[in-house]
Design a protein around this ligand. Sequence first.
Ligand SMILES: *[C@@H]1O[C@H](CO)[C@@H](O)[C@H](O)[C@H]1NC(C)=O
Ligand SMILES: *[C@@H]1O[C@H](CO)[C@@H](O)[C@H](O)[C@H]1NC(C)=O
Ligand SMILES: *[C@@H]1O[C@H](CO)[C@@H](O)[C@H](O)[C@H]1NC(C)=O
Ligand SMILES: CC(=O)N[C@H]1CO[C@H](CO)[C@@H](O)[C@@H]1O
Length: 430
Amino acid sequence: MSFFFMRFILILLWASSILAAPPLSLGKRSFKIDRVRNPNFKRYDGPKELLKTYQKYRMPIPQDLLNSLDDQLEDDVPSDDAHSETNPQTLDLTHVNTTARPVAAIGSVPATPANGGIEYISPIKIGGQTVNVAFDSGSADLWVFSTQLPTISKIGHQAYDPSLSRTFKPMPGANFSILYGDGTGASGNVGTDTVDVGGAAVAGQAVQMATAVSDAFVTDTHVSGLLGLAFSQLNTVKPVRQRTFFENVMPALAQPLFTVDLRRNTTGAYEFGRIDGSKFVGRLAWVPADTKRGFWQVSSTGFSVGSTTTMLAGAAQAIVDTGTTLMLVSKELSDRYYSHVVGAKRNPAAGGITFPCNATLPDLLVDVGGVYTAKVRGPDINFGTFQGNECFGGIQSTTSHFEIWGDIFFRSQFVVFDGGNHLLGMASHA
Ligand SMILES: *[C@@H]1O[C@H](CO)[C@@H](O)[C@H](O)[C@H]1NC(C)=O
Ligand SMILES: *[C@@H]1O[C@H](CO)[C@@H](O)[C@H](O)[C@H]1NC(C)=O
Ligand SMILES: *[C@@H]1O[C@H](CO)[C@@H](O)[C@H](O)[C@H]1NC(C)=O
Ligand SMILES: CC(=O)N[C@H]1CO[C@H](CO)[C@@H](O)[C@@H]1O
């Protein structure tokens, strides 16, 4: 039924552009994408995830981590020059393209998270073609594998073919190059097409078509692109930065927000335009998000560990990032936390904290915005086996002055990203 409806919308769109009719309005609706656990399980690679996070945010990398990853690094570390592509910029929206048009539609799309929860993937439709992408609240590019890639890079992937789309339009002279830092980068050219995310659709959305992707993306056949949910000052399209899917669809949504429901073992969801009250317990706490650097950033006043009720002071700024697996916190917090874990140590072979896999992990309570205490459940902080009986910590220390709260944090929290009011809403998962 939903599939039928979506085709109906596309045909209407096509017709309406021919007749130069006013924009189609179907009223405000909300949309949902289910996310399910991926059966293809990959060995957990904690050090690699840690490196990815440091590099995504251009943080200093500890020497022992570099040593532990010696072989991979030779191929994967991009140059400083390349890094500057993703350098957070000051707010300047004057060069952002604003001609895309949100279109209300309805439907839902099945989704498949990958690699045992290291990443979560969701299918989107571009010009009617399904592509599985990872949603990333820490970046602002929508790029996908395209048929322009060399055949060998496309094996096992869904490559978007603009020549088969009636709604595709090239954007002459535009190009992009994004490097997340771990070799998971892409570059190519740009066009626009109708992008449908579980029923929420934008006509004329900028779609960045890869003509080159890094090996790490080639080998990860679960993911054929990324959909950035941060703000467009981080977008890498040149000469004119492009607005994100969420920025474009927001005016058509019942509420100007999306919600993130990521779970360790069970199906989760991204929803656009509505808050599903059955997904969380109690009331949502609303926290102002600082978005001036293009990220969803919150402040934290402190934390506590386990059943200790006294919060320890420790002011921090944190970027809330669905595209990062681990949770990077201040060294002070990390040290305090692991002082409660018997056998936890900085493991030179891992370049991060490991502990005996049978260790009991206490909960971490972390303040958000001075108004909410998020409980990160102990068992969720075990990222998985590193070597033998040593497990890699899902919490590691930042080497920068800000923290990155990735999927380890989301496993216990239902999070609302309110783009209309620049707020984050949080509550414990139901
Ligand atoms: C702006 O976007 C529209 C469609 O969304 C596209 O046709 C146009 O080429 C873009 N303009 C620039 C300067 O990027
Ligand atoms: C990308 O576009 C910019 C601005 O139009 C241009 O200066 C640059 O040479 C282009 N890069 C490539 C690799 O085509
Ligand atoms: C964990 O396993 C080790 C070795 O098998 C054992 O010595 C230790 O007592 C166990 N610890 C816990 C908390 O079960
Ligand atoms: C039902 C199920 O898959 N449970 C798993 C949830 O994740 C933990 C940690 O990876 C496993 O130990 C459980 O078996």
